[in-house]
Design a protein around this ligand. Structure first.
Ligand SMILES: *Cc1c(COP(=O)(O)O)cnc(C)c1O
Length: 389
């Protein structure tokens, strides 16, 4: 079976030809000076992309590895944690915290909403013993954004360490670990960076390392160990195990492309693609999933699946009939997602995703105004094109 002609899912997303070419580079020995140089440049580029002065580790596995390794390093049995849940990734982190023996307090909101910092403040005040706050910045399955820029300083004032899932935000929207006082941030390459799904980018602040030091059971000599990377790589210049050479080549290429483009230009590109999709969907008569535009993430447009249909049904039809791969709700609800991340947050990709979705819905008997939808989306792109770069 041939792959989709257009991968407009919510990640992994398409890679640039430069990134794909880099991933086809020779499979070198990991202590070849050429690879050591590549790895060092990837670490440096990751630090610049994350805009942090904290330590940055590149763990050799998809972002879930970084998220799990970070929690296992810091969480002790009986430790009080505050988990913020506004979608499946936030919810899942709470399950992990419980499984690791933490005493979990939770602020939970429906999956079309964002966490209110006032509720975070209240929970912290009610439980002075909380040492860790877990939050997802861009809750990809719902297409929503949590105000981590306000949550970070609240946690810091309380003396708690934050762990932030920024997998789908880094590169596509403002994210400032230092300015927002966020401690341990985990990103991936396969979302707004348009890189391979195989590497976790983990930044660790001094406060986060201090919390790790308080945990006698923080994994060592383990694939899940942050401390192995600290001791081997940061302090010894060696690797705890062989890195995923091909993924590292791809990671460096996509990070360098973002740095060459510039953060602000990339954010503007993602915002424009999101605006085009949102305007198009509503003009066609569809309802956007998030409760308000203010909490929408720009990495994906989430659209409520019209009554009588399921997201899986629509997704399958779009893929089979039109060769376009979209995402469904992934546990957030009955919704469709058009991903616009990295290289697909550009040119006509959002319109392709929208056109395929609208025509599929019409095929399935939903009254949608395809012309009005596409016209509205194209107008956003046209207006943007008139603004000098
Ligand atoms: C993609 C993503 C991850 C990584 O999870 P996978 O299900 O393995 O793709 C983690 N958190 C968020 C918010 C993501 O978007």
């Amino acid at each position: 079976m041939k792959p989709a002609d257009f991968t407009l899912s919510a990640g992994p997303t398409q890679c640039s030809s430069r990134t794909l070419a880099a991933m086809g580079s020779p499979m070198v020995y990991h202590y070849d000076p050429a690879f050591l140089d590549t790895f060092r440049r990837a670490e440096e580029a990751a630090k610049q992309v994350l805009r942090t002065s904290a330590d940055v580790l590149l763990l050799q596995g998809e972002a879930v590895l970084g998220l799990e390794a970070a929690g296992r390093a810091m969480v002790r049995p009986g430790m009080a944690c505050l988990n913020l849940s506004s979608g499946p990734f936030g919810k899942g982190y709470g399950e992990w915290l419980r499984a690791w023996g933490a005493v979990v307090h939770e602020v939970e909101v429906p999956y079309d909403s964002a966490v209110d910092p006032a509720d975070v403040e209240r929970a912290l005040r009610a439980h002075p013993e909380i040492e860790l706050v877990a939050v997802v910045h861009s809750e990809t399955p719902a297409g929503t954004l949590n105000p981590v820029q306000e949550i970070g300083p609240l946690a810091k004032a309380h003396g708690a360490v934050t762990i932030v899932d920024c997998v789908s935000s880094v590169g596509g929207m403002p994210f400032e670990p230092d300015a927002w006082q966020l401690d341990l941030c985990v990103a991936g390459a396969q979302k707004c960076l348009s890189g391979p799904p195989g590497v976790s980018i983990v930044s660790v602040s001094a406060d986060a390392w201090a919390l790790v030091a308080k945990n006698p059971d923080a994994p060592r000599y383990s694939f899940l160990s942050l401390l192995d990377w600290k001791h081997s790589r940061l302090e010894g210049g060696r690797f705890p195990y062989t890195p995923s050479v091909g993924d590292v080549h791809g990671l460096l290429a996509c990070l360098e492309q973002l740095l060459e483009e510039g953060h602000e230009a990339s954010f503007a590109r993602h915002a424009r693609a999101a605006r085009a999709c949102r305007r198009g969907a509503t003009a066609a008569g569809l309802r956007l999933w998030p409760r308000s535009e203010a909490i929408m993430s720009t990495c994906t447009t989430s659209i409520a699946t019209p009554e009588g249909l399921t997201d899986a049904q629509v997704q399958a039809h779009v893929r089979e009939r039109y060769g376009v791969m979209l995402s469904g709700g992934h546990g957030a609800g009955n919704l469709m997602r058009i991903g616009h991340m990295g290289v697909t947050a550009d040119t006509m990709y959002p319109v392709v995703g929208l056109a395929a979705l609208l025509r599929a819905l019409a095929d399935l008997g939903v009254p949608v105004d395809i012309g009005a939808g596409l016209d509205a989306a194209l107008r956003v792109l046209s207006d943007a094109a008139e603004v000098p770069a």
